[in-house]
Design a protein around this ligand. Structure first.
Ligand code: MRU
Length: 357
């Protein structure tokens, strides 16, 4: 599998997801500002991948700083965190990745007090680079664990619907919802994936279809308005999606259109699963109503491939995400285990546990 992003000596290299599936090209970010642009422009996207990118952006900014003292570097670190935090508001993994690197920075700054400044800076730079690489490998391990934890929930034979891209491309690798599908297929399940096209960015049609076909997992793309009809015909056995933020009560923010699919699934008695790393759970946000929803530009809706699709002057809405109330969620698959309602209790109970083996 082609890596979504990677740390290199030249900077952070991103697979350009705006160009897939027709072109496999890369963007090299050599400053934290460029990493911020890559996240904002959705060259990299998907909650876990955004978290890893933010961690790498922080490490890159600290490593490339020309500050000669820790005292001079500290305000720069705060500035890097603010710029990266201003990119996309919904995926909580962004803030998690920034906080993880910032916390390490302050820990190392404190631990090295009294040593020569050059020595302190060397220690801090080596430490944050190692941490960013660690965040990357942990993300792949987390996805694989989620796959092992959740694969039994999917049918041994049947059709599974997914929305947006919650695959290797939304993470450092392997994927969250698609990771669970991959694990089920590796365990012998005969699964046909239905991928909602996911307007307007087409994460399903362009990205999910591309990466599943690379793994020879049979995949069919549906227009966003088709799944209800297929559910009614008994042609969908389960739904599995990722998440950008999960509130303390189990409400799930995910790509716009997820809520519609979840309501339809409940109406038809089809299980609706969410797969997400623990870093997507935001216990500080009580319910989905408190999750900020990113509004993206009207042009993403009015234009397709540079061609205008709507009349001049028409009103446009473009929320990137919606919230699915937890009553529609059959189970949430995490690397620590499977959460079930009441989610307040199951999340609280698993908060201090470790990754499932
Ligand atoms: O706008 P995007 O492409 O970043 O949105 C991505 C999604 O909504 C994914 O479903 C979500 O991040 C889950 S991926 C684990």
């Amino acid at each position: 599998m082609i890596p979504t992003l990677e740390w290199t000596d030249e900077g952070v290299r991103f697979l350009d997801q705006t160009k897939l599936p027709l072109e496999t090209t890369y963007v090299l970010a050599t400053t934290y500002d460029e990493v911020a642009t890559v996240i904002r422009d959705m060259i990299v996207r998907g909650a876990p991948a955004i978290g890893v990118s933010a961690a790498m952006g922080m490490a890159l900014g600290i490593d490339r700083s020309t500050a000669t003292t820790v005292e001079a570097l500290t305000p720069e670190v705060e500035q890097m965190a603010a710029v990266l935090a201003g990119t996309r508001p919904t995926a909580v993994n962004l803030f998690w990745g920034i906080a993880r690197l910032k916390d390490l920075y302050y820990k190392l700054a404190t631990e090295t007090v009294g040593r020569p400044e050059a020595d302190r800076l060397r220690t801090i730079k080596a430490g944050v680079i190692a941490e960013a690489k660690q965040v990357y490998t942990e993300d792949i391990d987390t996805c694989k664990t989620m796959g092992r934890v959740g694969q039994d929930l999917l049918p041994r034979e049947g059709t599974v619907l997914t929305h947006c891209n919650a695959g290797a491309l939304c993470a450092a690798g392997y994927g969250t919802a698609l990771g669970v599908i991959r694990a089920a297929v590796e365990a012998g399940a005969d699964i046909h994936v239905l991928a909602d096209e996911t307007r307007p960015y087409l994460q399903g049609a362009r990205l999910t279809a591309w990466e599943l076909l690379q793994d020879n997992i049979p995949t069919t793309v549906l227009c966003d308005n088709m799944s209800g009809a297929l559910m009614r015909q008994g042609r969908i056995q389960a739904v599995i999606v990722g998440a950008d933020r999960i509130a303390a009560n189990g409400d799930v923010a995910n790509k716009i259109g997820t809520y519609t699919v979840a309501v339809l699934a409940k109406e038809h008695g089809i299980p609706f699963f969410v797969a997400a790393p623990w870093s997507t759970i935001d216990v500080n946000t009580a319910t989905g109503d408190g999750i900020p929803i990113e509004q993206r530009s009207a042009r993403e809706v009015t234009h397709s491939n540079g061609k205008q699709m709507t009349p001049d002057g028409v009103g446009i809405e473009n929320p990137a995400f919606d919230v699915t109330p937890s009553k529609y969620v059959t189970a949430i698959i995490t690397e620590r285990g499977v959460l079930r309602a009441p989610y307040n209790e199951s999340i609280a109970a698993m908060t201090n546990t470790q990754t499932a083996v």
